[in-house]
Design a protein around this ligand. Structure first.
Ligand code: ATR
Length: 498
């Protein structure tokens, strides 16, 4: 099987701008698509020159609004523009457009005949901008009117299960085709285009916001350097991180850097999923061996495991699953990562006789409580929902309390070390308008508290900033993330990260 080609979408307003973009990314791409719908009216008169200027195979595309493009003229003017792009074909086919993208309902025999005569392959495309396509192989056959057309289906999934179906259905297609799922949910179809047998994968320069957000395009450097696109083959081991909404994750960078460093044929991808069941079905279909689990699946995943280690049975939260001969096996590297980074921060070997406040009682708090217990700390768990705090506290014989002004004195009493484990403050920026970005908004720091926030984005949460202002030492969750990832990396690959 040939590896899919990398095709850069050019959406500049001028040919010069597009050429500049193409030259910038030339080394990372195989071909490019000239999106004439983005060109200014004047510039679109000169598209015929572009393939020669580009010097790589070019697709000619003029996308209508209904198919996700920005062309607002009628079909007659689109036909004229297409004809302009094909006209005066050269003997040297490298000077002609190599491909022309014609939507499945845009049947213009004169354009098709011209394309055929000039050696320009037709990409026959179908865009389903607000849904997925059921029975892709049947749809593809109906679109492939002549043998030389490359059918293309791009659809918009709403759930990961729809992406899983894409991978499943693509297995029977044995001719040139292009298949992708748009949006963030479809990211895997861009990176693992080879698994879909897709002829190409589309990408866009970084910061092309409309294309990266709406269509889920990755930039060509990231595709090559982070996701190893060109070296993905049948032997590549696949891993990933799952969560919802999974907006910020440093895990793909950490793990993929590790594969590069150790020369491993592996790739690690983001897998956004509302439910853990969807993630597991996806992993089984695509052949993913190991998955990092993040918010909100750390607890629900435990019931899906076939092998439950003593550690998972105790913590009841899991951040790492691995496919073994006995089925999915679970681990918790959060506890270890947290312990290592906390001891570094405190410059201590244990928490003996120290009073510790744990804020929150969710999945991360479970790993934190386990670690604090192992380090012989004396903790009190403060949570918005008191029953959850109690359930966790009782496992380790810790105290528990409601989070709020009513328990101020108790918090003060346990404030030698304050460990913040909720997601409040995550993703906060100076411009954000969220009302609650500091879970301890009611608490006045004295300055001698040591404050550990498991959030690492932003680097300093509003709570940390407030604590620092009062004179406290603070630490964010980046080192925890790093150490838990190193441990996970070793579980996944059998190789030490550092
Ligand atoms: P994780 O797996 O990352 O710990 P989680 O299981 O969703 O995520 O846990 C979220 C924790 O943050 C919980 O302790 C939650 O409190 P509740 O048990 O009362 O839901 C806490 N949390 C979430 N939003 C909060 C808020 N606005 N104020 C205070 N605590 C909050």
């Amino acid at each position: 099987m040939n590896n899919p080609k990398i095709c850069l979408c050019l959406t500049g307003a001028t040919l010069a701008e597009n050429l500049e973009m193409l030259n910038k990314y030339r080394k990372w791409i195989d071909m490019a698509e000239l999106r004439v719908d983005y060109l200014s009216a004047d510039e679109s008169l000169h598209i015929r020159r572009f393939p020669e200027m580009a010097g790589i195979p070019m697709i000619l595309t003029i996308r209508r609004v209904s198919d996700g493009g920005v062309f607002r003229g009628g079909e007659a003017s689109r036909t004229t523009l297409f004809a302009r792009g094909l006209a005066f074909a050269e003997q040297d086919v490298r000077k002609n457009f190599a491909f022309i993208d014609l939507e499945e309902d845009f049947i213009v025999p004169s354009l098709q005949d011209a394309a055929l005569a000039f050696g320009t392959r037709i990409i026959r495309s179908y865009h389903c901008m607000d849904n997925t396509v059921i029975d892709i192989p049947i749809k593809m056959v109906s679109m492939r009117k002549t043998g030389y057309e490359i059918p293309k289906i791009a659809c918009m999934p709403h759930h990961l299960s729809e992406v899983t179906r894409l991978f499943k259905e693509s297995a029977v297609i044995d001719y040139d085709h292009i298949l992708c799922a748009m949006g963030v949910l479809g990211l895997s179809t861009r990176i693992l285009a080879r698994k879909l047998g897709s002829f190409l994968t589309y990408c866009s320069p970084p910061n092309t916001e409309s294309l990266s957000d709406k269509l889920g395009h990755i930039d060509p450097i990231m595709l090559n350097e982070m996701y190893n696109f060109r070296t993905i083959d049948d032997k590549t081991e696949l891993f990933g991180v799952t969560g919802y909404p999974l907006t910020t994750s440093s895990s793909p960078r950490l793990h993929n850097d590790g594969y590069h460093k150790h020369g491993l044929n592996a790739v690690y991808i983001p897998i956004k999923a509302e439910t853990i069941e969807e993630t597991i079905d996806f992993a089984m279909q695509v052949g993913i061996k190991g998955i990092s689990i993040t918010v909100p699946h750390k607890e629900t995943v435990v019931d899906k495991l076939q092998v439950v280690s003593e550690q998972i049975a105790e913590i009841r939260a899991c951040n790492t699953i691995l496919r073994t001969e006995q089925g999915w096996s679970g681990f918790n590297t959060d506890a270890l990562g947290f312990k290592q980074s906390l001891l570094e921060f405190l410059n201590r070997e244990n928490l003996s006789h120290k009073k510790v406040a744990i804020i929150g009682a969710g999945g991360v708090a479970k790993a934190v409580a386990n670690a604090v217990h192992e380090l012989h700390g004396n903790a009190c768990i403060f949570n918005r929902t008191i029953t959850t705090a109690r359930n966790l506290a009782e496992i380790y014989g810790f105290k528990y309390a409601a989070l709020g002004l009513a328990t101020y004195n108790l918090l003060e009493n346990y404030s030698w070390l304050i460990i913040q484990t909720t997601s409040v403050g995550m993703g906060w920026t100076k411009e954000s308008k969220t009302e609650i970005s500091d879970p301890l908004y009611f608490y006045n720091f004295h300055g001698q508290e040591q404050v550990y926030d498991i959030i690492y984005y932003p680097e300093k949460t509003p709570m940390m900033l407030r604590a620092e202002k009062a004179g406290c030492r603070t630490c964010n969750g980046y080192d925890m993330l790093k150490y838990q990832a190193y441990e996970q990396f070793e579980l996944f690959t059998g190789v030490k990260y550092e």
